[in-house]
Design a protein around this ligand. Sequence first.
Ligand code: PGA
Length: 251
Amino acid sequence: MRKNIVAGNWKMNTVLEEGVELAANVNDALKGNKHNCDVVICVPATHLVPVNGVIDHETLGLGAENCSEHEAGAYTGEISAAMIASTGASYCIIGHSERRQYFGETDAQLIAKTRLALDNGLTPIFCVGEVLEQRENGTYNEVVKSQVEALFCLSSEDFAKVIVAYEPVWAIGTGKTATADQAQDMHANIRGAIREKYGEEIADATSILYGGSCKPANARELFSKPDVDGGLIGGAALKADSFIGIVEAFD
Ligand code: PGA
């Protein structure tokens, strides 16, 4: 059976001391309690090493928010998948809508990042999602399907290691959540596309997370849907109690 996962995406928030404190608080709150999901925090690259020092990996997974599309070399300011893996992190968000929108990341770049993440033993959390105009003009199913299909150049073995996150762009940081039914419909659409390409077993085993204004008050309803396997959490991941409240939605 596929895993339930709650992953935090801190984005460009917290300076080092704040981030280390938040990670330690999340870790302490989770420690010793059995929850029905894996919990991960994806943190700014500057925080990976010190955060790794204050968390227990059986309790809390650690990830980066992005990686370079290049393996190594003269790419000033970039951070490679190998560098991320060397910090002790084991996940990497790829293709967040903010990367696609503000940094113009293309499918080809995102595939290169995904391959490098996989080659370095990182689990990609690959993000897809439509913008408001596409939701309103009814093209959202095709748009998201084609974003997922960009991954279909991966072998079955590699695809089976990927976590997909559906994040409707109009719901990110806006307070407007997709309804649980809208999320379920899209997740079923995504799983259907995966089934067509890779077959039943891999489709059933792929965790598909919902992201976009997910909070303790709406998480339980979203996660109760059969194809919603957890959440990618932005704003509500910046406070230990609201993040833990979302984790507890699986209890
Ligand atoms: P949000 O962000 O929870 O603040 O809407 C989610 C995300 O962008 O991953």
